[in-house]
Write a protein that binds this ligand. Structure first.
Ligand SMILES: *Cc1c(COP(=O)(O)O)cnc(C)c1O
Length: 229
């Protein structure tokens, strides 16, 4: 399958998932996760009409963003504090805000650059040690603390589904993130603008859409499996 065909197929699958679920969002943004993949493949996706791309490492995002600045770039992987200075102003959305230390650094660098950084708060629903993200009981206070960071706009929540054999086991995780999202939306904190619910990858994006995701992050189903060197 070509990249264009894969993108088409995924859009069909997303539409079908939207059709069959009462929780599905009316619009779902497909983020093409291009990590480890060369620019030629990204350009191929761009030619097929794909506009939003996700990378999980700052070092990899920056040269790609420079080569294709017209695209919308999202940072989806864990962000180290010492990399923040390079990324400010380069992304539409940082999906991985997961600590006050990181928030303080994003605030400082965004203020210095006179820009507003749009972020999602990453939540570790399944409480996996291997994954970053806030634990569920920490979320409410974390959102309150964001009042101290005027150069950060919290735009939603993100989670990574647990590694399981049967993708259906992920459904309660996604359902829980949707409930947290609705709960936080209802608090209506003035410095938040909660509109994005980022969940679902190649193996589970249809379930995520059924559970209300309006950003899905799909890599290998578009670009093929990744080979790490
Ligand atoms: C790599 C990655 C994805 C995409 O994974 P695939 O299984 O290839 O679709 C999504 N989200 C995050 C945070 C990732 O690091």
């Amino acid at each position: 399958m070509s990249i264009a065909q894969a993108l088409e197929q995924i859009k069909v699958n997303i539409a079908a998932a939207q059709e069959r679920s009462p929780y599905a969002a009316p619009q779902v943004k497909l983020l093409a996760v291009s990590k480890t993949k060369p620019l030629e493949m990204i350009r191929e996706a761009w030619s097929a009409g794909q506009r939003c791309f996700g990378e999980n490492r700052v070092q990899e995002l920056l040269p790609k963003q420079e080569a294709l600045p017209e695209a919308e770039w999202h940072l989806i992987g864990h962000l180290q504090t010492n990399k923040v200075k390079y990324i400010i102003g380069k992304t539409a959305l940082i999906h991985s805000l997961d600590s006050l230390t990181l928030a303080a650094e994003i605030e400082k660098r965004s203020a210095a650059a006179d820009c507003l950084s749009h972020c999602l708060v990453q939540v570790n629903i399944a409480e996996e040690d291997s994954k970053s993200g806030l634990l569920v009981p920490e979320l409410a206070d974390f959102m309150c603390a964001m009042a101290d960071y005027p150069h950060i706009r919290i735009c939603g929540l993100m989670t990574i589904g647990p590694n399981v054999d049967n993708a259906e086991e992920i459904r309660p995780v996604f359902a829980q993130l949707r409930k947290l999202f609705l709960r936080e939306q209802q608090r209506n904190l003035p410095y938040t603008d909660l509109k994005w619910l980022s969940m679902g990858m190649s193996g589970d994006y249809e379930i995520a859409v059924e559970e209300g995701a309006n950003i899905v992050r799909v890599g290998s189903s578009i670009f093929g499996i990744r080979h790490y060197i």
